[in-house]
Design a binder for this molecule. Structure first.
Ligand SMILES: Nc1ncnc2c1ncn2[C@@H]1O[C@H](COP(=O)(O)OP(=O)(O)OP(=O)(O)O)[C@@H](O)[C@H]1O
Length: 241
């Protein structure tokens, strides 16, 4: 991809989010560049999902702004998101992958080719005609990844994609995430799972109580956390609110 074509860097410029008088995120300034996955890490309730939704454009910040490639506003159609619990259509696995490709206006031959490739990428080719909602939880999450990957987004947001999966299904999802990252998709993913962050992260955004505490290369974060809160989290201990 030529540099001029990219929607990155993605910037959060002093964003905050409050709802009904409750402050959920404050003063988040962050730049996300091309490269290995950016992992947004933090305990339950830290504000990770809300931050991801703000970055993707599903939520609008109540302060500050999100900018793509230096311009404020949403980067239409060049980003996709996979949620903790995927919502699948009551159709075959293949039809679930094809549907957004049709909405995107792609020609039929291109849709078919992309669906075949995406189902192969996630190891679901043999289950392509199976009703999507009868797939196991892990298979459904892999299908959600195939559906997103088929859109060939430049940036893929993943919100705790392994939250309800067992270790084998988690590992399968991580392998897919690794394969997508290796082919140039920028992954921005939330997790509270330290092991997963260690396996996948290029850089870590550590969030606690609605604020960014650290944003550093993963190696630095895990070896020498700069804040006491991050060190506490890395020891697996409870953080003060
Ligand atoms: N629309 C909303 N209205 C009110 N409170 C909300 C809303 N969305 C999120 N919250 C609250 O904001 C806080 C952060 O939520 P968020 O889902 O971003 O946390 P998280 O870090 O992703 O946690 P988890 O790891 O448990 O998914 C939580 O206390 C949550 O209850």
């Amino acid at each position: 991809m030529r540099a001029a074509d990219t929607i990155l860097p993605l910037e959060a410029r002093g964003i905050g989010f409050a709802v009904g008088g409750l402050r959920i995120l404050s003063d988040v300034t962050l730049t996300i560049a091309t490269g290995a996955p950016t992992i947004i890490l933090g305990p339950n309730g830290a504000g990770k999902s809300v931050l991801l939704r703000l970055l993707h454009g599903l939520l609008v910040p109540t302060e500050g702004e999100v900018a793509w490639a230096g311009r404020s506003g949403a980067a239409a159609r060049r980003q996709a998101m996979v949620f903790q619990r995927p919502v699948l259509l009551r159709r075959s696995a293949r039809a679930n992958v094809l549907y957004p490709l049709r909405l995107a206006g792609l020609p039929a031959a291109e849709r078919e080719a992309r669906a075949v490739h995406a189902l192969d990428l996630v190891g679901l080719s043999a289950l392509a005609e199976r009703p999507a909602r009868r797939l196991s939880g892990g298979e459904q999450q892999r299908l959600a990844l195939a559906r997103a990957a088929a859109l060939q987004p430049e940036v893929l947001f993943l919100d705790e994609p392994c939250a309800s999966l067992d270790p084998a299904a988690t590992r399968a999802v991580e392998e897919i995430v690794g394969a997508l990252a290796a082919r140039g998709t920028k992954i921005v993913m939330t997790t509270h799972d330290l092991g997963q962050a260690r396996r996948l992260a290029g850089d870590v955004v550590f969030l606690h109580a609605g604020r960014i505490r650290e944003h550093t290369p993963a190696g630095v974060f895990f070896a020498e956390p700069a804040t006491a809160d991050a060190a506490t989290f890395l020891r697996g201990e409870l953080l003060p609110q």
